[in-house]
Design a protein around this ligand. Structure first.
Ligand code: NAD
Length: 253
């Protein structure tokens, strides 16, 4: 079980949903967890629960779209744990709207959290990974990268993360660092509950309609994504670099 002992993981947006599950999975496999989020109450609660389960975890409050906050969190994490081996760029928000109704703020917020956030975190962390000649970077993209109605901003950001990932793989490969992305389909979290709310249907109805269209006939669970992340961050996955893994209960198209 302790495949990641002596590894330190920095996971953004980790206080709930996918980030929480990813942190739990990496922590249960022996990694020390630096949990990063803007939601202090939820971060504190999640960290306390993880500690009860024997995971070594510290939380940092930082908005990933603010460079100074990211750099401070990275510095504090390195001061505490001595290094960062694993970075998971997971923090994300939705500001869905059809193009003609999409505001500048809807666009900028999504670009800033997903793209600038991943850029700031990766740039700050790679320095320590290069020093140690070891690193695993996983960014959370989405099937929306292939295009999705009402998500011009989000689809662009998630496709951008795929280009970012491939470029990191090319630039950082020689330092023992891999960069990969997991692109989830519909996973049951607060984010998908809000989508159901926005389109005005109950989550049960939303979930049933959607499940019928998915080959696996169910929505994904956060653990489905956490297991894919675990694969990429294992030491043995050192030759898997620059890949995008769709985890969507069927082929994404
Ligand atoms: P969620 O809304 O449940 O959780 C997102 C977390 O990110 C929250 O804890 C939130 O506080 C944090 N966060 C938001 N903005 C932040 C910021 N600026 N700085 C730091 N933390 C911030 O979402 P989720 O469903 O768990 O999604 C996690 C990631 O997976 C996102 O990048 C999302 O786009 C992606 N994703 C989710 C799904 C899905 O179906 N749930 C599908 C594809 C991709």
């Amino acid at each position: 079980m302790n495949q990641l002992s002596n590894r330190v993981a920095f996971v953004t947006g980790a206080s709930r949903g996918l980030g929480r599950s990813i942190s739990y999975t990496l922590g249960s496999n022996g990694a020390k967890i630096c949990l990063v989020d803007i939601d202090e109450k939820a971060a504190h609660e999640t960290a306390e629960e993880m500690k009860k389960d024997g995971i070594d975890v510290t939380y940092y409050i930082a908005d990933v779209s603010v460079r100074s906050q990211v750099e401070q969190a990275v510095e504090e994490a390195v001061n505490k744990y001595g290094k960062i081996d694993i970075l998971v760029n997971n923090a994300g928000v939705l500001r869905d709207n059809l193009l003609f109704k999409m505001s500048d703020d809807d666009w900028d917020t999504v670009m800033n959290v997903h793209l600038k956030g991943a850029f700031y975190c990766t740039r700050a962390v790679q320095k320590y990974m290069v020093e140690n000649q070891y690193g695993r970077i996983v960014s959370i993209s989405s099937t929306s990268a292939l295009g999705n109605r009402g998500q011009a901003n989000y689809a662009t950001a998630k496709a951008g993360l795929q280009g970012f990932t491939k470029t990191l793989a090319i630039e950082l490969g020689k330092y023992g660092i891999t960069a990969n992305a997991v692109a989830p389909g519909f996973i049951e979290t607060d984010m998908t509950r809000k989508t159901a709310e926005r389109i005005g249907v109950s989550f049960e109805e939303f979930s049933k309609n959607l499940s019928d269209t998915i080959p696996a006939k169910r929505l994904g669970q956060p653990e489905d994504i956490a297991n894919a992340v675990l694969f990429f961050v294992k030491e043995e996955s050192s030759y898997v670099n620059g890949q995008i893994l769709y985890v969507a209960g069927g082929p994404a198209n």
